[in-house]
Design a protein around this ligand. Sequence first.
Ligand code: ZN
Length: 252
Amino acid sequence: MAAENDETEKAIETLRRWIAEAPQGGVVFFGGAGVSTESGIPDFRSPSGLFAQKYPYPAEVMISRSFFDEHPSEFFDFYCDRMVFADAKPNQAHRKLADLERKGIVRAVITQNIDGLHQAAGSKTVYELHGSVLRNFCMRCGDPYSAEQVLALHGEANDGIPRCGKCGGIVKPDVVLYEEALDSSILQASVEAIAKADVLVIAGTSLAVYPAASLIDYFAGSRLAIINRTPTPRDRHADLCIAANVGTVFDF
Ligand code: ZN
């Protein structure tokens, strides 16, 4: 893998050394959309995001709870088209993190992503702050549905709304929409993991979205690294900033 430049290459080597030197369970990874872009999942928040070309509302509106309640048909058009990637596969970063967890080095992965790729790569302790497209439940009877089933029901329905085969209720993804609260037990587990970490790696997130920035305040360890292609508001608090793809950094 060619170095992007000497400074970046040096920073990557430093982080790999930190990971090697970390005590058992000493590393916690906090990831955002940039972790999954190398698996072909676009960041719907990015200015070049595809949604802007086709949809009349900003993504933040289309995946809000009030939009889901008032315009379920449009919600599922956007959701199934832009947020569910049933064929996506884990990339190098997902695989390496799972490997580091098996070796007892990584304590937990905290993710803003909803694609389930960390678990697909083999990670066990994964805190999904924003839920998962892989879990879906009938709002009326609670029956579970897979992502594939939701996509199929969406395609079959005249109005595009996936409905429960048993009771006709709307099948809602277990994804935290805007205006909805995060799961407090997941939030608490994330806080505890971060508080126990010696090395905290934040990757592929601009740290602009709640609660990313506030979670970092619980870090009391010695080494904070931020991996992001563009600068973040927290760079000045970091001990190491790496402007590279996450997969490149974890290719070791
Ligand atoms: Zn039902």
